[in-house]
Design a binder for this molecule. Structure first.
Ligand SMILES: CC(=O)[C@@H](O)[C@H](O)COP(=O)(O)O
Ligand SMILES: NCC(=O)COP(=O)(O)O
Length: 247
């Protein structure tokens, strides 16, 4: 079964339009967990335009006190500040993403060969601190052996090109096959596989059908957009069904 982790970045972006505490990032996280999300994801960026550093202890406390069987996943570029932050918060999973500080959103995975030494030492540090580590990965099977060599537990497949191809059935089928072949290469080496970026209720079923052992999807933009129409709780249930969960 594929778990659904709800990314709260888009909720935080809406909140940050005003100097007001709503929509509440923690409050909507609670609704998502009550509706059966397996966890919460945040991607704090250096400019704090989405989730802020100050959101993280609250979200950690929410999960620890009210939903101890769910997971907190923190994503981001492994700067010194980011690594200090995740060591302080101690989430269940840390997903390392090769974003430049000013980047609008994530748009590629790691070059595992070029960053082999640095990633290996960071993965070691985070695993020693008790986190599961996942590395953001392009849908490219050739890179997976180098990803595995870093000692990472999982990869997260970058599904942006698949999301972008969705309106063209042939292109979407090609993209899902590339994702599937990359996942197969990861499974063959014993890695777990997550996925995320531009996933929707429409495009999830074909992804999960091609990769039935997909451990987790983290979804923010499309899920938050749907929550404006259906409400957060009903939206989480819709996405869980699209993941193949019985709801
Ligand atoms: C790694 C990844 O794909 C997500 O964390 C994504 O970066 C979230 O996007 P936003 O921060 O733009 O909502
Ligand atoms: N890791 C991907 C993620 O958390 C959410 O990406 P998106 O659904 O906001 O594109």
């Amino acid at each position: 079964m594929t778990d659904l982790s709800v990314n709260l970045n888009a909720v935080a972006l809406l909140r940050n339009r005003r100097d007001l505490p709503w929509p509440s990032v923690t409050g909507l996280g609670r609704i998502a967990l009550e509706a059966g999300a397996s966890g919460l994801t945040v991607h704090p960026r250096p400019d704090e335009r989405h989730t802020r550093r100050s959101d993280l202890p609250e979200l950690k406390a929410l999960i620890r006190s009210e939903f101890p069987d769910r997971e907190f996943n923190i994503e981001g570029y492994p700067s010194g500040d980011f690594l200090d932050l995740v060591e302080e918060i101690a989430p269940h999973q840390v997903t390392l993403v090769p974003d430049e500080p000013g980047q609008a959103t994530s748009d590629h995975g790691w070059d595992f060969v070029a960053h082999a030494d640095r990633l290996t030492s960071i993965v070691t540090r985070l695993k020693e601190a008790g986190a599961r580590v996942s590395l953001f990965s392009d849908p490219e099977p050739a890179g997976i052996e180098a990803a595995h060599a870093t000692g990472t537990d999982r990869i997260e497949l970058y599904t942006g090109p698949y999301g972008a191809a969705w309106d063209d059935a042939g292109a979407a089928a090609r993209e899902v096959e590339k994702l599937g072949e990359t996942a197969d290469a990861a499974f063959a080496l014993g890695l777990g596989v997550n996925a995320g970026h531009d996933l929707t209720v429409a495009n999830l079923p074909a992804l999960v059908a091609r990769i039935p052992e997909l451990a987790e999807v983290s979804i923010g933009h499309g899920l938050t957009a749907d929550a404006l129409t259906y409400g957060m709780a009903e939206t989480v249930r819709r996405f869980r069904r699209a993941c193949g969960q019985r709801v």
